[in-house]
Every structure is written in C-alpha cells, then in structure tokens.
Write a protein that binds this ligand. Structure first.
Ligand code: CUA
Length: 314
C-alpha cells in the first residue's frame, strides 16, 4: 500500500504516473510564473525609468546580435526540454503493458458501464486491482463522452463507432471519483462513476467471484456463442483452416496484408471495422463476400466477439 501523496493544490496521486505528471505540470506552472514576473516586472521598471521628460532625445539604436542570440537560444532549449519531458510522460501513459487487465467501458447518456473478462458487468462502478496495470477499452453507444479519473491523471475521449483506450497502474487502495469530461447533454454533470481499487486478495475474490456460476459465461465464452449464433462460423474457423474467409486463429495482433498491398495490425478497431464495414479491408488472397453487421451487433456483443477472437490469438 503506497503512502498517499498529494502535490500542492493537485488531487491525490493515485497512480504511478501521477507523480511524473504533477512534476511536469508544476515545473511548467512555476516557469510561467517566473517568466510573468520577469517580463511584466521589467516592463513596469522601463516604463518608469524611460518615462517622458521634456529634454529627452532618444539615441540611435542599432541591433545586438548577442541579445538576439540569447532570446532565441534560451527559449528554444527550454521549450524543447519541455517537449522531450512531456513526450516521455505521454509515451508512458499511452503504451499499455501487454499483461494489463483489460476492462471494456461503455459510455451512454448518462451512465458508464463496464464488462470484465469473467463475463461480469457493472454499472456506475468499476473494480480494478492495485499495483497491476489495467487497460480500459472504451466506446460509446451514442455521443462523445470522456472518461476522466482526476486522481489517476487519466482522461480519454470515448467515441461512438470506434475504440479508444487508456491504461493506469493504481497505487492507492480505495474509491476514486470518475467524471465525464465531455459535454454530452442534459445530465452530463451527473455522468459519474466510482472506481474501486481493490487489494490483490479482494480483486481475486471479486474476479473469481464467490459463486462464479452466478455471472454466467465468461466474456470469451459469450463471444464464442455469438460467433456461432451470428453466423461467423459459416466462413471463419477457429482452428487455422481457411474457409470462405480467413481463420480467426492467430488473427488478433497479427499483421494483415490487404488486397492493395498495405498492412494493418488486427487490433480491436480492425475487427470492429470488419464486422461493421467489411468493404475495403479484405485480406489478400480472399474475395470480399462478407455482409455488414452494422446495427446487428450491440456494443456488449461486439466486446464479447472481440474478446473471443483475441482469445484465439495464440
Ligand atoms: Cu458523458 Cu458528458
């Protein structure tokens, strides 16, 4: 259990990245404050020093290369430094570790709901383990929303028709507040959720469930059934043999060569795209025959189908 840390005037630091985020933010804040005092202070001093006097004659001013070099080089070095620092924090925040716990997030006017690997769902409350990376795979059923956890320094737009993601490694056990940070209609300000960071033991209990049967099928199992009932199996096998379409075995995460010779990585957005809008992303060597399933697969079913295809990756 980490010590609860909080930087000056900022929310609690609930993740590993929060400290790095706060350092960068405070550095930029103080740099801006110092610059403000220097610029406005010298401006006021010069206004006073060079105020109008009847006898004054301004001397002829020529340029100063030294002065110009200083005000070009110093800000350039400072801004590039901030860029490199910011980029390194940004990279750390965007590249989720491969072993991250994955939870699917659905935004809908005006509730957040969550789907877990074990098939469980929750509304308005999300459960995550402490000290383990968690990746949220998010989409919206209607308009733009934004998933914001101030204590984690995590904020990401949630967009209908595609997946966006964030990841974090919580360090403080307990309950943290989640907000919607994108104006999404009448009850936008009420679109809240609680994120519960559980100890390793509590997470195992919650995840396995005291009575696993009560949750029904796991997400992968739900997806496997949908794969049959929606008719995917007609053309796509799970064992590596090609039928009318390529097999789903080993598909997820692989590099797919398309008809036009370009390559795409088969991630969540690619699979979603194939299901909703199959034209134009046909694998080389196959004929485009797949019908669109747009409107025929709900968001929760889509998550289950993708989880199933993902489970066939290895
Ligand atoms: Cu959802 Cu604002």
């Amino acid at each position: 259990m980490g010590i609860i840390k909080q930087a000056f005037m900022l929310p609690l630091q609930g993740t590993a990245v929060a400290g790095r985020w706060d350092s960068l933010f405070l550095f930029m804040l103080w740099l801006a404050a110092i610059m403000f005092v220097l610029v406005v202070g010298s401006m006021l001093a010069f206004v006073w020093k060079y105020r109008h006097k009847a006898s004054d004659r301004t001397t002829y001013i020529t340029g100063s290369h030294v002065l110009e070099a200083i005000w070009i080089i110093v800000p350039t070095v400072m801004l590039l430094g901030i860029f490199v620092w910011g980029y390194s924090v940004y990279r750390g925040m965007t590249q989720a570790p491969r072993d991250a716990v994955e939870i699917r997030v659905l935004g809908k006017q005006w509730v957040w709901s969550f789907q877990y690997d074990n098939g469980r769902t929750s509304i308005g409350e999300i459960y995550v383990p402490v000290h383990r990376p968690t990746k949220l795979i998010m989409t919206s059923e209607d308009v733009l929303h934004s998933f914001f956890i101030p204590n984690f320094r995590v904020k990401q737009d949630v967009v209908p028709g595609m997946y966006s993601s964030v990841w974090f490694k919580p360090t403080v056990i307990g309950t943290h507040q989640v907000f919607c940070a994108e104006y999404c209609g009448t009850s936008h300000s009420g679109m809240l959720a609680k994120i519960h960071v559980l100890s390793e033991a509590d997470w195992e209990d919650w995840n396995e469930g005291k009575s696993p049967k009560a949750f029904g099928d796991s997400l992968v199992e739900q997806g496997r059934k949908l794969h049959e009932t929606k008719g995917c199996v007609t053309c796509h096998t799970a064992d590596g043999t090609a039928k009318l379409g390529p097999s789903h075995k080993g598909l997820f995460g692989s590099k797919v060569e398309l008809e036009d010779g370009t390559f795409v990585i088969a991630d969540e957005n690619y699979i979603r795209g194939k299901i909703e809008n199959p034209r134009g992303s046909t694998k080389r060597g196959f004929t485009q025959m797949m019908p669109t399933f747009q409107g025929l697969v709900t968001e929760t079913e889509m998550n289950a189908l993708i989880a199933y295809v993902k489970s066939l990756a290895h």
